[in-house]
Design a protein around this ligand. Sequence first.
Ligand code: ADP
Length: 634
Amino acid sequence: MSTTDEETPFDAYRERVDRPLARLFQTYGRDRMGWFAIGMVANFLARAGALLPPLLLGIAIDSIFVGEQAFSIPLVPDAWLPTETVAQFWFVIAVVAGAFLATAVFTWIYGVTANLFAHGVMHTVRVDCFQKMQALDMAFFDDKQTGEVMAVLNNDTQNLERFLDDALMNSMRLLVMTGGIAAILFYLNRQLAFVTLVAVPAMGLFTLWFMRAAEPRYVSQRSAVGNLNTRLENSIAGIDLTKATASERFEIGRVRDASKRLFDDTMAVLKLSYFYRPGMELLAGLSFVSTFLVGGLWLTTGTAPGPLTGDLSVGDFVVFLFMTQRIVDPLAEVSNIVDQYENAKASSERVFGLMDISAGITDPDDPVDIDPVEGHIRFDDVSFSYSSELTDGDDELVLDDFSFEAEPGEMVALVGPTGAGKSTALKLAMRLYDVDGGGVRVDGTDVRDVRVSDLRSAIGYVGQDTFLFDGTIADNIRYGSFDERDDAVREAAHAAQAHEFITELPDGYETRVGERGVKLSGGQRQRIAIARVVLADPPILILDEATSAVDTETELAIQESIEELAADRTTLAIAHRLSTITEADEILVVEDGEIVERGDHDHLLARDGRYAALWSVQAGVVDFERRAEVLPED
Ligand code: ADP
């Protein structure tokens, strides 16, 4: 997760998102509105219930303990109330106990429903984002935005959950408590209510001041967190280099600096919040003291102090004092609510920014059915550059006027210097990217006219480096052909000359590999990849020969299994060791995105051009002068 100030192409989509929170509710909240509504009502009732006990205490003081007034409860008809003092007392006790019970029950209901709502939304958003990510073009991943996507899946969904749960609950509480308390106080004694509530606007202003002052500090703190994370990720990824160059101290120093910056920024935030909470308490205390003072004078002298008029009962006075204590907590949450709201807004912008990225490589509306694929491949005047909507600018052609044809069962090999465009050509055959000009055809149909999954399942790919998912060896061989049986997996491993080394592993086919399992060598991983393709049995094979050297014996084994694999399939192969492709039906020498020579091995040798030069170098017949003359600088 890197937090940089520079705009990523991802931002462009994000900025186009309109009213993100409304969209969040519409897209993900709709199906769960029931839970949301129940939660909100329960929350309202729980908070309202919490206001009842002090109110009833005031009434009990006035009509039962002091006995000055008739027993009466607002909004309740007097006919329903008991008339005897003892019965009235029991009635009050019962209602107060009931109010506590109701508050508890409604708080519980609220907790369950609000969490079902918030976590439900979070779960759906997470899965949807991942699904969307799987559909995105390779170009998106080329831009190395995987860190951003991880941040969306982890942090942003969490921010949304917090907002939907805590922030909404706290705003409801704020509304009920301030609204309810103000209503009760004004109902009981309008004049004293002014005295008590005069602190509320002051608390509001104080909160506003706090938020303004804290905002830049929060921003700085968040950037320090991002900075530290990037630093840590980078340092851990580069541990090999750090150790090899004995630069541990340097690395520790860098991490220490990043950590110190976070410490300083966090302290800056905390210093301010140390201030805020006591400030709010102080304002509430002020409200308590002034209410106590004015109300106390009123009661002791028996007349309204100063400009005030009318009567004050002891019960009302007690209710007032109680209520001043209840108003701080909800108000103190305002800054958190605003913070969570802002975070959630930014997070849903990021979520929908991801959702709105359009994938270019999609199924056509009316796909041509190419099953069963025979394996005829044709590139017609293909031109291609990596520029896309996401990587604006650079449109240098990586492939230009690129044409060739492979009949079913034939092998076409691509050779040439690094960066010539060989891998790119193979990626176009799999439609990992779309051509800019010309077309790639399989069995006579443009790859853009067939279903993407139909095309790709007709192609088997063995690349330079084989990724193994966390799981068993058998799972990895079965990847893509998930329904195959164990004996088919074993047969495939046999054909790939992998069976022997697999059975020597601690748990054989059930040995765990990948991130958290046994580490396999490059040659072993490659044989797993070959087994995977044998199992899938596709009519077309794409090979990107590994450049990294494996020992000669392994190389021979791999070569043998690849030859067997390629025997009856159309094969496009990138070769670095020319000895592996002498039997190819056609060899294309690629330079700078163009095919500069083509023909079979004997033909190309006879031509005595680029291929012949490459061959003589690899065969050990090195004629340096001639090599320098014929080969481009690489
Ligand atoms: P080869 O396989 O012959 O070594 P490639 O097809 O990998 O060559 O690369 C051809 C050119 O395209 C190179 O200049 C390379 O830098 C560029 N290139 C390769 N992959 C990408 C990518 N994902 N995004 C942008 N440029 C790329």
